[in-house]
Design a protein around this ligand. Structure first.
Ligand code: NAD
Length: 519
């Protein structure tokens, strides 16, 4: 029953049981088509967040290993960029099927390393799979433009072409979806790709790499390095890397945007969030409360699109007790346990951060209506669990409102009018996602037009756009000017060449040099 052992990462065949009997398994590097053991002397432990047991180790790749990965990308680029677009399309057609075939295995790896429930982990893979599926439309997406007869016998047309070696730096919270936002779009455009997954959850990415190899991607088209700051700096500085896609915290994202841009690279940087759910008194109450609770506490609040702030408008403030009751009904448990709704946080450090932000609310005068800080999960006493927490009487000057909590904590504000709610949303530093719950079309329209936020849901709590659109973000949630996937993703990973050609008939040949600017 031992599969994939020694190949790229030691895949646990059942939750919690690794295929290794002795020492802690190691995560490989993926260089030039081979899963190789790092020679690094620096390694990081990966823990199961439900137990805090060490389940594997990940290397901080050495400089030589990172250079080998970048060189492999550079070499492969010359062949891959000239590989026919139909061949690239065929590889991604096979790839999306392989992801579907392995969705359960990928989800298990996510739950083991990241902690989210198995059902939610499948959703993580599924939303990434959709991007891989979208990549299969590349023959339409990469079409250029033509304008015939701009003057006599002259036509202009554009080619959309790859840009070179591209790189991705991923966060821990979506181990499948976010890497899949990155390398499939980059590679299908004809670029080669250097990926650095989150050092906290590399396992799923390694299986995704194995699958793209199985789908037929040539050696060197995808390379994977592991590590932290040194790996990030390497990506920001290496001259062969033309573009960087980053998703993660503001601290890292602003740094990478600045350092990468200074080095002349394209950088798209998706960062933190504080997403508001505005509840109008005319909303469908049952639907709204269920959606709000699901979006606040699902994935233990560790989603950049979690609805972490509710603004109850007018009479909707009376719904608070029912909201708390629903939050209370969620079951906190290890992600692989049947019926689990809320899994653990990624680390003890994350748990400390979340609990101290809850305490800051108490200290600043807010009311904790539901307190998940002392939750005990039978059999998982060492896990990083925080139960659903609801804090009311929150005001915009409080720390628990200003900072991204990234845990199962819903902060609740009240507003007397839609205008007041819009003003609150627009004054917050982040502009990642938001949702309004209403049955009034005019209210919804006003909201969608006046809030300065990238993703807006109308009666949709987590409006992550499908890949034919783009995932955007405003203010401190995004740096760069071209977004992830959709048309903007294609733009990010390509450059335009414009050809102007003239084919004159013999008798129209110029008789003397044309020294004036052509008009
Ligand atoms: P993180 O910034 O800690 O890590 C992301 C990546 O950056 C990792 O690969 C990590 O190795 C690297 N990194 C971490 N600190 C760094 C530093 N100081 N300098 C350089 N590199 C560094 O983020 P995370 O904790 O893994 O992810 C959670 C964050 O990601 C949250 O803020 C969440 O809102 C955000 N996020 C945003 C989106 C979005 O699309 N806007 C999506 C998912 C997650």
């Amino acid at each position: 029953e031992v599969s994939n052992c020694n190949l790229f990462v030691q895949v646990p065949l059942r939750m919690g049981r690794m295929c290794y009997s002795s020492s802690v398994p190691t995560t490989k590097l993926f260089i030039d088509g081979k899963f190789v053991e790092s020679k690094s002397s620096e390694w990081l432990d990966i823990h199961n967040p439900a137990t805090n047991e060490v389940i594997s180790r990940v290397p901080k790749a050495t400089h030589e290993e990172m250079l080998a990965a970048a060189d492999s990308c550079s070499r492969a680029y010359h062949i891959w960029s000239e590989t026919s677009i139909l061949t690239r399309q065929q590889i991604f057609l096979r790839y999306q099927q392989l992801i579907k075939d392995n969705i359960k295995e990928l989800a298990k790896l996510i739950t083991l390393e990241q902690g989210k429930t198995l059902a939610d982990a499948e959703g993580d893979v599924f939303r990434g799979l959709q991007v891989a599926e979208h990549a299969c439309s590349i023959t339409s997406l990469m079409l250029g433009e033509t304008l015939p007869s701009i003057t006599k016998d002259m036509d202009t047309y554009t080619f959309r072409l790859p840009i070179g070696v591209c790189a991705g730096i991923a966060p821990f919270n979506f181990p499948a979806m976010i890497p899949l936002w990155m390398f499939p779009m980059g590679m299908v455009c004809g670029n080669t790709y250097l990926l650095k997954p989150s050092e906290r959850v590399p396992g799923c990415t390694m299986l995704l790499a194995k699958l793209i190899q199985d789908a037929g991607a040539p050696d060197g088209t995808l390379n994977i390095i592991h590590g932290q700051h040194a790996a990030v700096n390497f990506i920001c500085d290496h001259p062969a890397i033309k573009a960087i896609s980053f998703v993660g915290s503001n601290q890292a994202g602003e740094y990478i945007y600045e350092r990468g841009s200074k080095n002349g690279k394209r950088v798209q940087s998706n960062m933190g969030a504080k997403n508001h759910g505005v509840v109008m008194p005319d909303a469908n109450k049952e639907n709204t409360l269920n959606q709000l609770v699901g979006a606040a506490f699902g994935a233990a609040g560790q989603r950049c699109m979690a609805l972490s702030t509710a603004i109850l408008v007018g009479e909707a403030r009376n719904w608070l007790p029912e909201l708390v009751e629903r939050a209370k009904s969620l079951r906190v448990n290890a992600g692989d346990q049947p019926g689990a709704d809320v899994g653990p946080l990624i680390s003890p450090l994350a748990k400390d951060r979340v609990t101290s932000l809850i305490q800051s609310g108490v200290d600043e005068g807010a009311t904790v209506l539901l307190d998940g800080r002392n939750v005990k999960v039978k059999g998982y006493e060492n896990g990083n669990f925080v139960g659903p927490t609801v804090i009311s009487n929150v005001t915009p000057d409080m720390k628990c409102y200003k900072e991204e909590i990234f845990g199962p904590v819903l902060v609740v504000l009240e507003a007397d009018s839609l205008d007041e709610a819009i003003s609150l949303v627009n004054k917050n530093q982040y502009g990642n996602g938001t949702a309004i719950f209403t049955t009034n079309g005019a209210t919804a329209r006003k909201y969608t037009h006046e809030v300065d936020v990238g993703q807006i849901g109308v009666n949709v709590p987590i409006p992550v756009p499908l890949p034919m659109f783009s995932f955007t973000g405003s203010r401190n949630s995004f740096r760069g000017d071209t977004n992830f996937y959709g048309k903007q993703g294609i733009q990010f990973y390509t450059q335009i060449k414009t050809v102007t050609s003239q084919w004159k008939a013999e008798d129209a040949t110029l008789k003397s040099p044309a020294v004036t600017m052509p008009t």
